[in-house]
Each structure stands twice: as C-alpha cells, then as structure tokens.
Design a binder for this molecule. Sequence first.
Ligand code: SF4
Ligand code: SF4
Length: 273
Amino acid sequence: MALVSPKQVRYERRSIAGREIPVAVAPTLPRHSVPARFFSGLYSLLTGMKLTLRYFVKPSTIVTRQYPNNRETLKFPDRYRAALKFKYVTVRQPITDWEFPDPKSPTLRLPASLLRDWSRGYEDASYHKCTGCKNCEVACPNASIRVVTRIGEVTEDREVDRFIWRMDSCMYCNACVQACPFDAIEMGHDYENAVYDRRLLVYNLNRQAGPPASLVTEEEDITVRRRMMSHRERCGGPIPLNGHALPNLHALPVTPIVDASTGSIERNSEAES
Ligand code: SF4
Ligand code: SF4
C-alpha cells in the first residue's frame, strides 16, 4: 500500500447537485511491479510480526498470561477486586467434648495437618469480625449488600445472622470495605465466578452466624463458643433474589429469617409454594 503525501493532494471546486463544493483530489498512484509488491507485502508482514518474533527469541519478556494453563502460578496485583469476602480470625482451641472421627478411617479424607491437630486434641476455628453494624450496607451505592442481624442466644445482643452480597449488581467500588470500622471485609482475588444460574450470584458471605471473634474468644468454654455460632450456607438466602424462581428454574430452598433490627420475618412465598 502506497502512502499519499499531503503535497500530492490537489484542492479544487466541483459542482455537485447544483452546488460548488471544495474537494480534495488524491493523485492516481502508479501500479507497482509484481516483485515490488511482493517485497512491500513482505516488509509489511515482518513489521507486524516484529513483536511476535521478539517474544519468540526472548520469551522472558512475554507479559501475556497463558490462562487457564497457569492457574497454579497466576498472580494478581493487590488492587485487583474479584469478590467481596469476610476476613476470618483463626483460633487454635482445645477440643474438650467433641467426638472427632477416627483419623485412621479409610473413608475420611481430610488434610493431614487437621487430623494431626485432632489427634492432639486441638482444632482450628475461624471466627469472623463483623458486628452487624450495617455501615457497609449504608455505604453501598447500589444496594448490593444486605446485613441481617439477630439477637444472639448466648450474648443476648445484636449479631450478624446473614451478610448477603449480590455479586451480580456489585460494581466493585470498594466503598463497603472502606466504610467498615472493624476491618471485617475485604476484596479478594477469587476469580472464575461464572455460574449458569443468576440466583447463585447472591451470597451469604458469613460461613457462620454469631458475634465477632473479639467476643467469641473472650468465652473460654468451647461448648458455649459453639452455641454462639450457627452454620450458614453459601447461597440460598431469600433476600433479594435467591429465593425467587426464574423462568424454567425452581426456586432455591430458603430458610425464613428474622431481622433483629426490624423484628420482621422475611420469607419467600414463591419459594415455599
Ligand atoms: S464494592 Fe461497592 S457496589 Fe460492591 S458491595 Fe461494596 S459498596 Fe456495594
Ligand atoms: S462488614 Fe463491617 S461495616 Fe459491614 S456490618 Fe460488618 S462490621 Fe459493620
């Protein structure tokens, strides 16, 4: 392809549809011979391949990630935001009254470190740091967070029941993380979150309902600690989307919940029918 220099362009006025209009006229370029066109094409190809050739002879300069073959070694910059998650405090506590399974059982497939701790009478317990203050919910500009609280059986005070986060509407602005006064949530790097059912993008972030780690660890009796916490499933909360049916899909099973701040019971009639 030959380039036209601005000096070669001629300006003139032409009559188009009865009006005099200024136009720029490019010169008719001479047609090159076949060898000239071959070498011109080759030069153009090599120019385009220059970067590819450089990576071929110097692979250490490659910046493109070979995803998904590099899952094991994939590293993200700190500022990468993939999913909101809870921060957990891991406490190594003695097992006093718990019947743990036989570590030699052939059907038990658990990490060796966990089995070793069990056999020595210890377990690693993870407690969250959320107090259920709802600062993050207020800070979220598009209502992607819903914090449902309850009155704790042991503490008789407000504690988080479900921390519901809508990944499908979150815009990863990080305002919720910055608004949290207890450093209880963070943006994690857990990628590959695609699902076939939109309802599965609404999460309970808390693995357990209950008071924050600072309160739980004050209690020395492990049995009481366990009573403070109750398991929460990853998905399935009724608010605001999870319990609802979608075309050709059944509603997810939901558990009615009581919001301690309003005292109201939230249930999804569509899901129960
Ligand atoms: S990152 Fe922004 S949009 Fe997403 S939940 Fe937090 S505050 Fe809301
Ligand atoms: S995550 Fe932080 S701001 Fe949100 S309810 Fe829990 S303690 Fe409050």
